[in-house]
Write a protein of this length. Sequence first.
Length: 378
Amino acid sequence: MASAGLQILATALAVIGWLGEIIICALPMWKVTAFIGTNIVTAQIFWEGLWMNCVQQSTGQMQCKVYDSMLGLPQDLQAARALVIISILVTFLGVLLAVAGGKCTNCIDDRDAKAKVGVAAGVFFLVGGVLCLIPVCWCAHTVIRDFYNPILSEAQKRELGASLFIGWGASGLLIIGGALLCCQCPKSDAMRRRQILAVCLAVLGLCGIILVCALPMWKVTAFVGANILTAQVFWEGLWMNCVLQSTGHMQCKAYDSILALTRDLQAARGLICASIAVGVVAVGLYVVGAECTNFYREERLKKTNTGIAAGAVFIVAGVMCLIAVSWSAYVIIVDFYNPQAIAGRKGELGASIYVGWVSGVLLIVGGGLLISTYSNRC
């Protein structure tokens, strides 16, 4: 019954996410006029959506106009149209599969086939959530980039509309619902394989964190305006900064003082080191709680609790890594679009930031998958 209830919960979350996708597809609230500086127009609010733009008067009256040409739209809205529609269709197929593969329905008599259909429904929900998340994040990135672009006029700048926030929530619900359906009642051999997959993902993420801790590639010199230096590339990391010559020769120098570093790098040092230590502890807990080891062989409850603890610690390590790299990325982006900042001090996101994001996600996914293999035993 617990497994059937979990299936119902997962399907309900996915259906709510699906309705959210339909709402953001229909509502023209992806972008809203930004009230910046002296150009504050309180009498009108301009909305932009996937299919039309609207003007809302201060009297409450709204006038909308469908776009004349699809090719005349910006790239992010063109892609959002296709991806959101595909996401709605994929999620609808996932709902049908979830109904057919549900333990409380009689659409399929074979238990193994029913379980496979349920897992397939979870995969469809995951794909639908990702397909919705991509256009929403793309559009939000465009809005934020244009907002902080000093070259654009005030009238061209927009703010994030309600549809973007609904889209993020809908994507999250779909991904959570899909993950719950994919982790239903694994068999003994399947459970071991899933545990091994989970720990492999987590260990891969842990290796990525060690890599971003060591590499001085958190921030790279931005080539902006006329200050284009093709002979040198400047890298900054947690422990040192480096200069890469056009000849391929690199010179690195360790930081003289920790307190002289920016707050984001100081925090990143602590968080990344703590994340590595926590990840190592999680690996040790997994070895004790794994199905393929003999620790607590006769005490199944202790083994299960240890495995769940290992998954939780993996998730904590991933979150700590994401906080560190996201904070540094935020500081770099804010400085890059700050019109008062000196061009020579502006930087771009280095490779370590992207590796850190991927590593954090791998740890969270691996930890969540590890927890599900223990908590969903039937």
